[in-house]
Design a protein around this ligand. Structure first.
Ligand SMILES: NC(=O)c1ccc[n+]([C@@H]2O[C@H](COP(=O)([O-])OP(=O)(O)OC[C@H]3O[C@@H](n4cnc5c(N)ncnc54)[C@H](OP(=O)(O)O)[C@@H]3O)[C@@H](O)[C@H]2O)c1
Length: 336
């Protein structure tokens, strides 16, 4: 009884302290003064990953606001890029831009430099990204490398190339992270590694760039899987066939089926449109005082996301392991 009272008391104190710190942090959560870009005339913006999803929608919005938009696309001949080009003004230019390719990034930079409007390159939105779900033991080093190459090194490569142009305009760098940068849960190991690395990079860059008047913002969406093309649905059989004999003994087929159903259902419960994220991206690009971070998640995800940094690891792990899925997993491992 005493132990329960003690845990309740500690949790209460931690929660109230966290709320107080949160309120305080809110007061100082924006960059200091700077130019508000009322309309985009004369300014250019580069966005990566515009074939679909957030990148596609942001490219359209900024085009409507009069920006010269360099829309980086993985497949410029693909349906997404072609529709974007058709539905936009002549100020929007589709660039072939695979963020894992030095050659593509350098070619894109040359095109941008040769087509800059008078106010220069105002913002780079590092949006291109992929996701996948798998337990760490089901993933190969190649799976990790692919995720990090796109989500992390892709953004670093793009940033390094375009920073001189952004410094010249005292503009904006925007990074598309995820709540999974800091949520510790089943199946998101490789994605979390890539997004936590991305946030570390953006945080360091923000400090270095402040002296040049360049502002750096991080966008942290929750589950918008229904609103974009990010989800790659896979079958249990695909996962099963990747496992070696030892892992097949541990993670039996029934568990893989259950995990696949659970993951698919979770993804389908997310936000159905991307407006909240697009508004945040627009704010980061155009507001005089953009935020350091934009957290865009359900009330439950937001609550835990705000609380976790103030809790000891033993409690954050306990919250994660309370899920029914986690309990079923423990029962099913090694089962015949
Ligand atoms: N949707 C969510 O729930 C959610 C939540 C948190 C964070 N995010 C992040 O938001 C960003 C945008 O994702 P989204 O949800 O809009 O998904 P999306 O619709 O799949 O958009 C991602 C875009 O990046 C492109 N891409 C993939 N690999 C690339 C590469 N090597 N070089 C350049 N572009 C590449 C994709 O092209 P293809 O379509 O041709 O592959 C696609 O156009 C990602 O960084 C993602 O991690 C999304």
């Amino acid at each position: 009884m005493n132990a329960i009272f003690f845990v309740g008391l500690i949790t209460g104190i931690v929660t109230i302290s966290a709320m107080f710190l949160f309120a305080l942090a809110k007061l100082f959560s924006r960059h200091g003064g700077g130019g508000h870009v009322q309309d985009g005339y004369g300014y250019a913006v580069l966005i990566t990953g515009c074939d679909s999803g957030f990148g596609y929608e942001l490219a359209q919005c900024l085009d409507h606001k009069g920006f010269v938009v360099f829309a980086g696309c993985l497949s410029p001949e693909g349906a997404g890029a072609q529709t974007l080009a058709t539905e936009s003004s002549s100020n929007l230019k589709i660039l072939k831009l695979d963020v894992t390719s030095d050659e593509d990034v350098q070619r894109a930079k040359k095109i941008v430099q040769e087509n800059l409007p008078d106010k220069g390159l105002w913002a780079v939105v590092n949006n291109a990204g992929v996701t996948d779900w798998a337990e760490i033991e089901w993933s190969s080093i190649g799976d990790f490398r692919n995720m990090v190459d796109i989500n992390l090194f892709g953004a670093i490569r793009t940033s390094s190339a375009f920073l001189p142009l952004i410094r010249a305009s005292r503009g904006r760098m925007v990074y598309m992270s995820s709540i999974f940068a800091f949520f510790t849960c089943l199946n998101m190991g490789a994605y979390s590694v890539s997004k936590r690395g991305l946030e570390a990079f953006a945080d360091c860059l923000r400090v270095e760039m402040a002296s040049f008047g360049v502002k750096v913002s991080i966008i942290q969406p929750g589950n918008f899987g229904q609103a974009t093309n990010i989800l790659k649905i896979k079958t249990s059989l695909e996962i099963w066939e990747k496992l070696d004999e030892e892992r097949k003994q541990i993670f039996n087929r029934q568990y893989i089926d259950l995990a696949n159903q659970y993951y698919t259902a979770t993804c389908q419960s997310g936000f159905k449109n991307a407006d909240m994220v697009i508004d945040a991206m627009l704010h980061a690009v155009t507001a005089a005082r953009p935020k350091y971070r934009y957290l865009l998640a359900s009330a439950t995800d937001t609550f835990f996301f705000m609380l976790f940094p103030y809790l000891p690891t033993v409690l954050t792990d306990a919250v994660m392991s309370f899920s029914s899925m986690y309990a079923k997993r423990v029962d099913m491992l090694y089962a015949k």
